[in-house]
Write a protein that binds this ligand. Structure first.
Ligand code: MN
Length: 411
């Protein structure tokens, strides 16, 4: 079981009159929410989101999907609240949450995000931003329309493209991290990253091992850099990962030995310290289990539908073509035949003769001969009859002979 240690801090900052951020730091669930809307709305939205998240997640198994569902429920709770009270209408909040979970029998940390609060992973001395900001400016960067360095000055950098409580349903990003002893997860509102660079954050995380001290230091840095917004920080440290790091490093050591043919790389024999050098990379993947399943079901449905359509296409159509000459000396004595299937067949479906007409090639206008030779596709047997009848009537209008009866059925 993953053991955690955590610390947190929040502050109104130097410019705002109240703190609309809200945080949760408990053993099984961590969250940061940054509310917005009206004088009261922002505070209510972030509080409702965090409280609903907590009560929803408490009643579920500790899995990534449960965290995802709990965030969705929290969204509905904020939305419902905004609909009840006209003063709160239009309020919303960000929500970034982390929870230790067990998925596929393995300890993981699930991280869910909506909005522009962030989750970072600090591992091996390096700070990596895990979440994507759902802001207009960041979306423009992802689409390649502006450069990353232009985000801080973009007029729409604080306009969110996604937030909790605005709509009855919300799209939630979900990430999973394999917890390794020594890793730190940082959750923060934008009040921190507006004022403190990632490098400065990393320096504090390297220097201060105590998560409470580190959180307070980060908030203090943001205040001294201007404190233009509310600042909230939650730090979660992995202190015992059930020897996952050790096992991963030993597995990799084994691989390293094989690859280097008996020449283990430096540090491979170095116990825990050496193990860290060969540690498995941080797992980082977006989980879309439900959507993947839905997608596969749709693909299967499309394939099944396609196969059905193909069989229907191959078998339930007809075409009119010409058989071998009825009179050996007259090349235009070829009878018009109606086949079920496609000209030339399709896959393993070979055409079968449906109707042998008594009409021969010379009885239809020569303009149709080439088409008939290739096969004229019609939708049904009655369509084939009409087509042949039309050919005869057209020839009659043009002065050619009309047979007494046009078609006879052979089977
Ligand atoms: Mn903010």
């Amino acid at each position: 079981m993953t053991a955690l240690r955590w610390g947190s801090a929040t502050d109104t900052g130097l410019v705002r009159r109240n703190n609309q951020d809200h945080l949760l730091a408990a053993e099984t669930l961590f969250a940061v929410a940054d509310g917005m809307g009206g004088h009261a709305g922002g505070e209510v939205a972030s509080r409702v989101a965090v409280e609903a998240l907590r009560s929803e997640f408490e009643s579920r198994p500790r899995t990534s999907d449960a965290l995802l569902d709990s965030v969705r429920e929290a969204n509905r709770a904020v939305y419902a609240r905004s609909q009840q009270d006209t003063e709160l209408r239009g309020m919303g909040t960000t929500l970034t949450a982390a929870a230790p979970v067990v998925d596929d029998g393995e300890d993981r940390i699930a991280i869910a995000n909506v909005g522009d609060s962030r989750a970072y992973v600090f591992s091996q001395g390096d700070l990596t931003q895990l979440t994507e900001d759902h802001s207009v400016a960041e979306e423009l960067v992802r689409r390649g329309e502006i450069e990353p360095e232009d985000v801080d000055h973009h007029p729409q950098r604080h306009i969110l493209t996604r937030a909790m409580g605005i709509m009855p349903e919300v799209e939630v990003d979900l990430w999973e991290v394999l917890p390794y002893s020594g890793d730190r997860i940082l959750l923060c509102s934008d009040g921190l990253v507006r004022e403190v660079t990632d490098d400065q954050i990393a320096a504090v995380l390297r220097r201060l091992a105590d998560p409470d001290e580190a959180a307070q230091e980060l908030v203090a840095r943001a205040r001294s850099a201007g404190g233009s917004d509310n600042i909230t920080v939650v730090i979660v440290d992995v202190v015992d990962d059930d020897d996952a790091a050790l096992r991963a490093s030993e597995a990799l050591r084994g691989e390293a030995r094989i690859e280097s043919a008996g020449a283990p790389p430096e540090g491979a024999e170095g116990g825990d310290g050496g193990g860290a050098t060969f540690r498995a990379p941080l797992a980082k993947r977006r989980r879309v289990t439900f959507r993947v399943i839905l997608f596969l079901v749709l693909v299967a449905a499309i394939l099944a539908g396609g196969a059905f359509a193909l069989v229907t296409y191959a078998r339930d159509s007809y075409y009119v073509t010409l058989g071998p000459p009825a009179v050996a000396t007259d090349p235009h004595s070829r009878p018009l035949l109606v086949y079920k299937g496609r000209p030339g067949g399709l896959l393993w479906f070979h055409p079968t003769l449906a109707v042998r007409t008594i009409v021969i090639e010379s009885e239809v206008l020569p303009v149709h001969w080439a088409d008939l030779d290739k096969g004229v596709v019609v939708s049904s047997l009655s369509g084939a009859r009409s087509y042949v009848d039309n050919l005869i009537q057209e020839a009659a209008r043009a002065g050619q002979r009309v047979p007494a009866a046009t078609t006879t059925t052979t089977r």
